[in-house]
Design a protein around this ligand. Structure first.
Ligand code: URA
Length: 272
């Protein structure tokens, strides 16, 4: 959360608000290594390195941390990798909270990954019974027919167990079509295996929504804190069914990042 530098200094107990203003005007304060002498400067007390006379001020006491990361391909969704590959933790410089990923994306899958140090919410979101909708854009070999899309929606046998009803549609036609697919489970390599099973191996996979939250304009490799309302939305997504508006697929109404115009939906798909 961003706020005025003098307020951050005062909240950190460095000085009163007035005295903090004087420190800034005297050129004794740096933000991420740069001297700041303008009083209106806004800072993020969690992410920015704020120093007074060269001494870093502590981050303000706060509740849990909730982050959205746009994971690029080529990163593992763990905090450490025995094989020494880059991890999503490498993409969170300056984050001091002990956050961990909520669920996983494959090494070569990109897109929306949430991280938090709120174990309760993370556990609730990852419980299979939570049915949290996750939406992916997949670039596939060929173009799935209506029948293939309907099969994806009805369910595919993976390891002897059928996937739960999904939503799928072609959002860009062609020899390497793009398919938007929403699933409510988190089985291993689920989307890749589902599309492979209907004869359309995945060349590229990006998660664009999770529990109704979208990537928006967050650039690949960047992260941001969730707004309070977004955290609330996650809580609602795992609230008991009776307390929710709509079913498991509720919350899809957000922006449709990356969906090209002219997508078509299969007959029988209840995609909104
Ligand atoms: N499905 C996959 O196949 N891979 C992912 O990373 C996420 C969902």
């Amino acid at each position: 959360m961003r706020e005025r530098l003098q307020k951050t200094l005062a909240r950190a107990g460095v000085a009163s608000r007035r005295a903090a203003e004087r420190l800034i005007l005297e050129g004794r304060v740096t933000v991420n290594g740069a001297q700041v002498t303008r009083l209106g400067t806004s800072v993020d007390a969690v992410r920015d390195a704020i120093r007074v006379d060269g001494k870093r001020i502590p981050a303000p006491p706060r509740g849990h941390t909730y982050l959205m990361l746009h994971k690029p391909r080529g990163y593992v969704t763990t905090l450490r990798d025995p094989e020494g590959r880059p991890t999503v933790r490498d993409l969170l410089p300056g984050v001091r909270a002990r956050v961990f990923p909520i669920g996983r994306l494959d090494y070569q899958t990109e897109g929306l990954l949430l991280l938090t140090d709120d174990g309760n919410l993370a556990r609730d979101l990852m419980r299979p019974a939570s049915s949290v909708p996750k939406t992916y854009l997949a670039k596939v070999r060929g173009e799935p027919s209506r029948e293939s899309l309907a099969r994806l929606c009805r369910g595919i046998d993976l390891d002897g167990r059928r996937t739960r009803p999904a939503q799928a549609c072609v959002v860009r036609r062609g020899l390497n079509a793009w398919v938007e697919i929403t699933v409510v489970e988190g089985r291993k390599r689920q989307v890749r295996r589902m599309l492979e099973a209907v004869g359309h191996p995945v060349a590229r996979l990006r998660r664009v929504r999770y529990a109704g939250l979208g990537l928006g304009s967050l650039a690949s490799g960047r992260f941001r804190e969730l707004e309070a309302g977004e955290v609330e939305q996650l809580r609602r997504a795992v609230a008991p069914a009776g307390a929710r508006v709509g079913g498991a697929m509720a919350g899809r109404g957000g922006r449709s990042e990356g969906r090209p115009e002219g997508g078509r939906r299969p007959k029988g798909s209840d995609s909104a």
